[in-house]
Design a protein around this ligand. Structure first.
Ligand SMILES: Cc1cc2nc3c(=O)[nH]c(=O)nc-3n(C[C@H](O)[C@H](O)[C@H](O)COP(=O)(O)OP(=O)(O)OC[C@H]3O[C@@H](n4cnc5c(N)ncnc54)[C@H](O)[C@@H]3O)c2cc1C
Length: 391
């Protein structure tokens, strides 16, 4: 156990910050989360947690609780916009090979489960971090916009894509890099004709539509299209979405029509250039603050969970904080950065609009050997707790 680390101050109560706090408190480290939002509202529709995230959650005893809130995916299919099948992955079988499952769930359910596992008393809302202090001879501290500070032996920036902690740690004040495409996400209260336990993504010319049943008869859907940065919908986005996607295969029209407009969230997709170091002194980054990625591989939240499990384990395994942080980075940086790059490449491919390109792309998807896809998924889905013995 890093004996000097008794208290950890975490900025951000997202998936990464909450998971880290849970993992640390299980090790009897006094972890506390400071969240900018005044209340934790259910946002962002649905999410897929791939087997690597479920294996990481198992390392801290949370996989069964989380799995029970969602629906395990059996298959993942790639389709053309007219419904012709381009690829099919028996995702449950692949997941079994690595010893777990892929779970589709509502973000609100995931957050509620994490918050319950942590205990709401370990989260302070309405505290926006502006940076940190890490001077020799004094405790490190997380700083807030009202000028106050909390001292801790370790400060963690889990404050997402626009991280204030990352900005100070790297000195890079540039905004995230817009991908060129935006997204709309929604959740319906009924299946609307979607196939239970089937994850699907349909590709048109530069646009996509994904469908994921998230349990209790609800369906999470997402639509992706090229658009200028910062563009907003005036009022109900459904007529525009129906114009773009309404002629695509069933049940896409029914899903859009079956979602109240106030439950449709629009988010521009962005990432940042990768970092090779996620820590300095007594400060570390985690999740989107460390490696924001486009969501094309459904891995941003999964990687944040892996970070949390590895960082907590490293703190348990090493007597000295610098050794723990060095091993955290050794284990995590290369893997997460590779996924950032792969995800960016996949998004750029999906965003291309040319008709000829689309024909070639669809043919490639159709004829890619199942074994090639299988091996890539196995690599992505594996997770072994490197510090199991120290917990
Ligand atoms: C369209 C879309 C679909 C996605 N689909 C998936 C998917 O299927 N599977 C998957 O694994 N990932 C997916 N992701 C990615 C995933 O949402 C993120 O990677 C994940 O939420 C990162 O978690 P985090 O805790 O690092 O950051 P966040 O979830 O962004 O949480 C950061 C928290 O910090 C708070 N905060 C921000 N600034 C401050 C501050 N200054 N002080 C204090 N608190 C602050 C925020 O309010 C927030 O609560 C998707 C993302 C998008 C945009």
């Amino acid at each position: 156990m890093a004996d000097s680390v008794r208290r950890v101050a975490i900025a951000g109560a997202g998936i990464g910050g909450l998971t880290l706090a849970i993992a640390l408190r299980k090790l009897n480290i006094d972890a506390h989360v400071y969240e900018r939002a005044a209340e934790l509202r259910p946002v962002g529709a649905g999410l897929s947690l791939m087997p690597n995230a479920m294996l990481a959650l198992r390392a801290i005893g949370l996989d069964e609780t989380i799995a029970a809130t969602g629906e395990a995916a059996q298959t993942s299919v790639g389709l053309r916009s007219d419904g012709v099948e381009l690829s099919r992955i028996p995702i449950a079988e692949v997941a079994r090979e690595v010893g777990s499952s892929a779970v589709l769930l509502h973000r609100a359910d995931l957050h509620a489960s994490l918050l319950q596992a942590l205990g709401a008393e370990h989260v302070t809302l309405g505290r926006a971090a502006t940076g940190y202090r890490d001077d020799e001879g004094a405790p490190a501290a997380l700083r807030f916009e009202d000028g106050s500070e909390v001292e801790a032996e370790l400060v963690v920036g889990a404050d997402g894509l626009h991280s204030a902690i990352r900005k100070q740690l790297t000195g890079d004040a540039r905004p995230p890099e817009y991908s060129g495409y935006t997204s709309w996400r929604g959740v319906t209260d009924t299946l609307c004709g979607a196939t239970p336990a089937q994850l699907s993504e349909s590709w048109g010319r530069g646009s996509r539509f994904g469908i994921a049943p998230v349990g209790r008869g609800r369906v999470y859907w997402f639509a992706v299209a090229n658009a200028p940065a910062g563009e907003r919908d005036a009022g109900d986005p459904r007529p525009m979405l129906l114009e773009r996607y309404g002629s695509w295969h069933s049940p896409i029209r029914a899903l859009i029509e079956g979602t109240p407009p106030e439950r449709i969230v629009r988010t521009d997709i962005a990432d940042r250039p990768v970092l090779t170091a996620w820590s300095r002194g007594r400060v570390a980054l985690l999740g989107d603050a460390a490696h924001p990625m486009t969501p094309n591989l459904g891995q941003g939240g999964c990687q944040a969970i892996e970070d949390a499990v590895v960082l907590s384990g490293a703190l348990a395994a090493y007597a000295k904080l610098p050794n723990a942080l060095a091993d955290y980075e050794r284990i995590r940086v290369a893997r997460a950065n590779r996924i950032v790059r792969d995800s960016r490449r996949l998004g750029a491919l999906a965003a291309r609009e040319g008709a000829l390109f689309q024909v070639v792309r669809d043919a490639m998807l159709r004829w890619t050997p199942a074994s090639a896809m299988h091996d890539r998924f196995i690599e992505l889905f594996r997770f072994e707790d490197p510090f199991a013995a120290a917990r």
